[in-house]
Write a protein that binds this ligand. Structure first.
Ligand code: PLP
Length: 476
């Protein structure tokens, strides 16, 4: 059953003439001697040596050995326009020469930052977010959300409303506040988190919690957990609820269509602010500029990062709707919060050019009309593989769940024992055979650049199937 990988059709040469040659062993030695990587087991890294990525073009990366890899994850869900966009580099270069840095504290501003703020206001859902606060990352955006929400309720004369509710297996970043808002048990265990004033409810995973229910009924039930939590804590103490429209790092958890409108209804019932963390879903990933537009709800605040610059330069921020802006920006006096790099001119210049590309090439619409449906069809075909229990896609985010035994529905498959680490085994085969997928337990994830073509989706799917075969050979 194993397809020889060498026979797979490719859209670009397997190896490219390297513009520079690299001494991989020496780079790996320096790396493991000095570089502490994020979310990495360094003993395992030392044993294997890090793969050194040296170049990118479109959806492809090359490592220091000259090997070509399909980047099925768009970096970390961020390189939306793909690699190698000279016009973004040119925009940043020009801005660095013109004005590399100036802050936005103390009644000053800069041209790219104010232009970007105006553009984001125009692009925001219903053009209803007329203000933006810039940060350097998604984590800082969510720290800003926490500070902003609490400041809002102070200004509203209800300072006792200081509790934020997030979800188990949600991800909102790695700073103390962002990791607390997130619901990653491993992160909480290592940091004495969450900090006080943050609570969590379950995630709307139909596969995990919907046995015996229709998807629609499960969506309403999962939203009902928020109401239960609000009543348990006391509605007068709850400030905000935060969630990702589709959970990314948690494993592409796509909620039923009934979920988010019901969440909005519950928040409205108790006057609670609703925050959409669009760090992954924003800027086209789900085939809309913002994921909340697909999921059918209007939040009060939107956290963003990643796709706003396609990761070329770090930038994040919070889009602020009228309810919060009215108190915070118009009546609130000084909001004692900000970062040296809030509104960094070079980052904002990168974002302006990135958004110009997204619009000029119609990439967001392409995800909705062409590449998203095509990926869905390819993943549905992969779900016939003996190792795959089910496939789920939303725009250009997709997951395959690996199972020991297939069943008629998502609740009828026999799972692998976690200690078999089949997801990690599959990821290793992918990595060795020129495609990057992420493994979240037994869920194999892709979220490629939005610039991917249908031919490249075919190429990606063929390679995934071949690596599923290799994994199957090893586990049976
Ligand atoms: N929010 C979500 C939904 C994310 O996926 C991430 C990162 O993956 C973050 C926040 C944190 O962003 P950053 O890593 O830029 O701090």
């Amino acid at each position: 059953i194993t397809t020889p990988l060498a026979s797979l059709r490719t859209g670009a040469p397997e190896t490219a003439a390297a513009p520079e040659t690299f001494d991989t062993r020496e780079l790996q030695r320096l790396d493991s001697a000095h570089y502490l990587h994020p979310f990495t087991d360094h003993a395992a890294l030392r044993a294997r040596g890090a793969r050194v990525i040296v170049r990118g073009d479109g959806i492809y990366l090359w490592d220091s050995e000259g090997k070509r890899i399909i980047d099925g994850m768009a970096g970390l869900w961020c390189v939306n326009v793909g690699y190698g966009r000279a016009s973004i580099a040119d925009a940043v270069h020009a801005q660095l020469l013109q004005l590399p840095f100036y802050n936005s504290f103390f009644n000053t501003t800069n041209v790219p930052a104010l232009r970007l703020a105006a553009l984001l206001a125009e692009l925001s859902p219903g053009a209803a977010f007329q203000h933006v606060f810039f940060t350097g990352s998604g984590s800082e955006a969510n720290d800003t959300v926490l500070r902003m929400v609490r400041r809002y309720w102070q200004l509203a004369g209800q300072p006792q409303r200081d509790i934020l509710i997030g979800r188990r297996n949600g991800y909102h970043g790695s700073t103390v506040a962002a990791a607390s808002l997130g619901g990653m048990a491993g992160m909480h265990a290592q940091g004495g988190l969450p900090i006080p004033g943050i609570h969590h409810i379950g995630q709307p995973s139909y596969a995990e919690g919907g046995r015996g229910m229709s998807e629609a009924a499960f969506g309403l039930a999962a939203a009902g957990w928020l109401e239960d939590k609000i009543l348990e804590l006391g509605p007068e103490r709850v400030a905000a609820f935060i969630g990702e429209p589709v959970q990314g790092a948690g494993g592409v958890i796509i909620p039923p269509a009934t979920y988010w409108p019901e969440i909005r209804r519950i928040c409205d019932k108790y006057g609670i602010l609703l925050v959409s963390d669009e760090v992954i879903c924003g800027f086209g990933r789900l085939g809309r500029w913002f994921g909340c537009e697909l999921m059918g709800f209007q939040p009060d605040l939107i956290a963003f990062a990643k796709g706003v610059t396609s990761g070329y330069v770090p930038l994040g921020g919070v889009l602020v709707g009228a309810r919060v802006a009215q108190l915070l920006a118009e009546q609130g006096g000084e909001f004692q919060h900000g970062f040296t790099y809030s509104g960094h001119p070079a980052a904002c210049a990168a974002a302006l050019e990135n958004i110009r590309i997204l619009r000029a090439e119609g990439l967001v619409e392409r995800v909705a009309q062409e590449t998203g449906p095509y990926l869905k069809a390819c993943f549905a075909a992969l779900a016939t593989h003996p190792l795959v229990g089910h496939a789920e896609t939303c725009g250009l985010a997709a997951a395959l769940t690996l199972v020991r035994g297939k069943g008629a529905g998502v609740h009828d498959c026999a799972p692998f024992a976690p200690q078999q680490a089949v997801g990690m085994l599959c990821r290793k085969h992918m990595f060795e055979n020129g495609i990057i997928m992420r493994a979240v337990g037994e869920r194999m994830i892709v979220a490629p650049p939005l610039s991917i073509t249908t031919a490249q989706i075919d190429e990606m799917a063929e390679r995934i199937r071949a690596c599923l075969d290799l994994t199957l050979d090893e586990v049976t």
